[in-house]
Design a protein around this ligand. Structure first.
Ligand code: ADP
Length: 495
């Protein structure tokens, strides 16, 4: 509970409000205390009052009226509630009469505090303790009446001090506003916390569901920007997990299906041989031949499966060696030439002599072109043509994964075969994607082109396919001169 976002927000808001109010209270006190304006106002008020009082009792004092009598007269004509008026002797500063009565007979020096100042008109000003919580400010004018009698008026200062009622009032107001602010902040904190924690709770629920095997999870994009981002990333992660699960299911389904056919065939022919159903030597020889073919097919499938698994998990490290691509292409076509000839096809190879030497993995690149030429032969009818053309790309560049390399070579493998339907063209590089499984000859797994693409991309190259139904297909591979890395490791697949 103390760790919750809600609690933390409420505490931080409350602390901020309390600190702000304390700063305001201190600032107001300092301003009130040190305010030169309030000091000036107090002085001015005192001068006015002193002048007033002097005007009222000056004559009485000059006439020698007893101080008590003068004070009584003054009280009758002047409201001394907010003002303390003292009459004192100029000789020893003894208080002769006090409008508040308590100070008569005391010595002025006993109750004046701090420094006093003499003003240009001869009056004296300073602080005096008249029995209030705080010292008052006074202004005295000696020698006003007979025997040097002086008048002193004192008033509470106008400024705000810690003990003044205005300050208490101010504190009360501040406390009230603090309480209101606190309540509002709690409400705000609850709202903000809810707006963040609601989408987070949904995310947690969805993540738990994924952990329990329910991969079909998408969370709504809600809340503040950061939570938005998190939700978006979560959705894309869930999508990838789903795709990966699907691809695992596909893999199992494909593999078991594809291996079942040759296995059934092998089983059948082996049974025929052992039962003696394949009677004569010729029939046994034919059965053994079929078993051999099917076993070869299975071996090829298993090797392709291992290949893609290793490439995708990043276990395959591409070599970085100088590769004479012309020689590689001639090797590939030489190996397939007999097959092309037997199938009544023509296999052309055009490799210029000045083809630049590129850096890469020769064996893996041979695998790429063997696969492409093999596919071309598989999908081209008798009498068709398969052409392999290489050319230098010196002067242009290849951009891949945000980087640019000087382009080295372009190789085109073209055939005059069946072609690929436009709707399939964009998907043929996907794992296990086959255009028409029912008509597929040679029983591939749909992994060949996926492996080809992985190898080309590990060389920071590009591959694309162009095709027209019934006319033929063309696969164009471009490879940079030198990917420039020590070794080029195939990054593990994201899905
Ligand atoms: P497989 O190993 O099963 O042949 P590939 O990944 O090599 O799978 O090819 C994927 C699909 O692309 C195949 O089903 C095939 O129909 C199609 N394809 C590949 N090359 C050609 C081509 N040269 N002409 C027509 N179709 C092709």
């Amino acid at each position: 509970m103390f760790n919750s976002l809600r609690f933390r927000l409420i505490v931080s808001y409350t602390v901020i409000i309390a600190v702000c109010l304390a700063i305001i209270a201190v600032a107001l006190t300092l301003i009130g205390r040190g305010n030169p304006l309030s000091r000036e106002l107090t002085q001015e008020r005192l001068v006015l009052t002193l002048n007033n009082v002097t005007r009222l009792i000056q004559k009485d004092l000059r006439d020698g009226m007893p101080p008590e009598q003068v004070m009584a007269d003054l009280r009758a004509r002047f409201d001394t509630l907010q003002t303390r008026v003292l009459l004192f002797t100029g000789l020893n500063r003894r208080i002769l009469a006090d409008s508040g009565d308590t100070l008569t007979g005391h010595d002025l020096s006993e109750i004046t505090t701090g420094f006093s100042a003499r003003l240009p008109d001869g009056s004296i000003t300073g602080n005096i303790n008249v029995g209030d919580k705080q010292p008052w400010t006074y202004m005295a004018r000696p020698g006003v009446g007979a025997r040097n009698t002086g008048i002193l008026v004192a008033q509470a200062p106008l400024g705000v001090t810690l003990r003044s009622p205005i300050y208490t009032q101010m504190l009360r107001q501040l406390a009230l506003s603090g309480c209101i602010g606190g309540l509002l902040s709690v409400l705000l904190a609850l709202l903000i916390a809810e707006s963040v924690s609601r989408p987070l709770r949904r995310l947690t629920k969805a993540a738990n569901a994924i952990a329990e095997g329910d991969y079909d999870q998408t969370v709504p994009i809600q809340g503040p920007t950061e939570v938005h981002e998190l939700a978006r990333n979560f959705n894309s992660m869930a999508e990838q997990v789903r795709a990966s699960q699907q691809s695992q299911r596909d893999l199992l389904a494909n593999v078991s299906h594809e291996l079942k056919t040759p296995l059934t065939s092998i089983q059948g022919f082996a049974q025929a041989i052992s039962d003696g159903a394949a009677g004569n030597a010729e029939s046994i020889r034919r059965s053994a031949g079929v078993i051999q073919d099917e076993a070869q097919r299975m071996a090829r499938m298993v090797s392709e499966l291992l290949d893609i698994a290793r490439i995708e998990s990043g276990q395959v490290v591409m070599q970085r060696e100088p590769v004479q691509l012309g020689a590689v292409l001639h090797d590939c076509t030489d190996k397939l030439a007999l097959r092309a000839q037997q199938a009544g096809m023509t296999l052309h190879v055009h490799v210029p002599d000045d083809l630049p030497v590129i850096t890469g993995d020769g064996d893996r690149l041979a695998q790429v072109f063997t696969n492409l030429i093999d596919n071309a032969l598989k999908h081209t009818p008798e009498g068709g043509q398969v052409t392999v053309v290489a050319r230098s790309l010196a002067g242009s560049s290849i951009v891949r994964r945000g980087k640019t390399w000087p382009a080295g070579v372009e190789v085109r493998v073209a055939d005059t075969g069946s072609g690929i339907p436009p709707e399939d063209l964009g998907r043929i590089f996907e794992r296990f994607y086959q255009v028409d499984k029912s008509r597929q000859r040679g029983g591939g797994l749909g992994l060949g082109l996926a492996i080809v693409k992985q190898i080309v991309e590990a060389h920071y190259g590009t591959i694309k396919a162009e095709s027209a139904l019934g006319i033929g297909s063309r696969f164009i591979v471009t490879l940079p001169l030198d990917p420039g890395a020590e070794t080029t490791q195939v990054a593990p697949r994201k899905k």
